[in-house]
Design a binder for this molecule. Sequence first.
Ligand code: ZN
Length: 501
Amino acid sequence: MPETPYETLVRLLKRADLIGSALDLLRWDEQVNLPPASSARRGGQSAALAELHHQAATDPAIGETLAQLEAALPDLDELQQVVVRRARRDFDREIRLPSAFVAARATLDSEAFHAWKLARERSGFASFAPFLSRQIEMAKQEAAYQGCSERPYDYLLDKFDPGLTEAEVSRLFSELRAELVPFVREIVAAGAQSRRAEMKGFPITAQDTFLREVTRRIGFDFQRGRIDVAVHPFCSGDAADTRLTTRFFEDDPLSSLFSAVHEAGHGLYEQGLPLEHLGTPLGKAVGMAIHESQSRLWENQVARSRSFWTHFEPAFREKFSARLGGWSSDDIYLAINTVELKPIRVESDEVTYNLHIMLRFELERRLFGSELLVADLPRAWNELSRELLGLTPESDAVGVLQDVHWSGGAFGYFPSYCVGNMIAAQFWYAALEAMPDLEARFAEGDFSDLLAWLRREVHSHGRRFDTGELVRKVTGAKLAPTRLMRYLRERYGPLYLPATR
Ligand code: ZN
């Protein structure tokens, strides 16, 4: 039998995806295994595959097949229609960008990255400013190619989280800010007795064994995934082959553990995407915020909970008996849930982290709304840092230059982290409502009910729904910060503000 147009589309999409996944694997290998003198070779390999991938994803045959299918859309079933709709959007977005523009941006990305690194080493923003200005211009140009020149920042947000807009993020963040800023002030004023800084000399091999036990127990499938060591923790790959990385510090064992659980949360999402749809939009994640909701839910709601540690504390003590002699269960629990204002986003706890994201969103919003000039960015950063965090960064290196994202033109990406936290809390309470004994099961080391629920409610849909649609479908409510605040109060109130409970 000849191929139907729909089968042709799926074949072409899967071919492009296979090439893309090979490119991902090369990038993973670059972070994990690549010998130091081999990076030029890898650069060439990656560029060649990236070109092949672009050719496959913009194959005119995809456009022709899509046109054919769109002409007879009612003949397709509902899921097939989703594939056609999503594939059309991806295809159009790929072909609207002239190849000269794509090449110019790749060059700028590399130049701007080096300029950022140098500027950060010297802690001087001025030398990076011209590169940042060009990146902003390029992002606006990209939005214009996509027909979004009126509202470039909306386009950038939508690129990472389908359906998200500046107006909605502004609403979510101002609601959260009104409650979170005073809550953080209260916690900081209460003062912490955390002994986290005393956790020193935890052998790496035992850390490695422990985090593998934890990630296996929560459901990460090592038959089609692995964990390796890299400078920056990340998750890459897909449902068929999921790669996680973490990093180890002898004097900060909780860092490697929670990085691993975080990345395993991303990995569980990837492994839960339907394998039969691998390579099509139904086998892909919705976007960054939903992805982040999965990593944060496992890292925070689950792995920082009392019930989780009721189960894992004996194994943790056994692995590190020489280090935890004088530690009570409460000491360990408070170390895990230490809240402290820090100038650096990636060193922040789950409470104050959200303030770091609001700061970046506000600055991006002003930059793209032409309310703020790049030259004034360090001053605006420091002002907002005082307002939100109560801190003035000591230097640009630990202030405006601390993140790599803007050097690569990744604008509209930061909000996903905080929106992901909101979604994680919304999913968490929906799961608790459906399964009131969830935490009792955690205490017994059983996480399968939660994973099965997430598989069914979230993972199995692939990209069938936009971010907000999926939240509404799973929780029956729209995206909002109220559940996140409820969760933070329930978790951190008893630890830091017992008098108010
Ligand atoms: Zn993440």
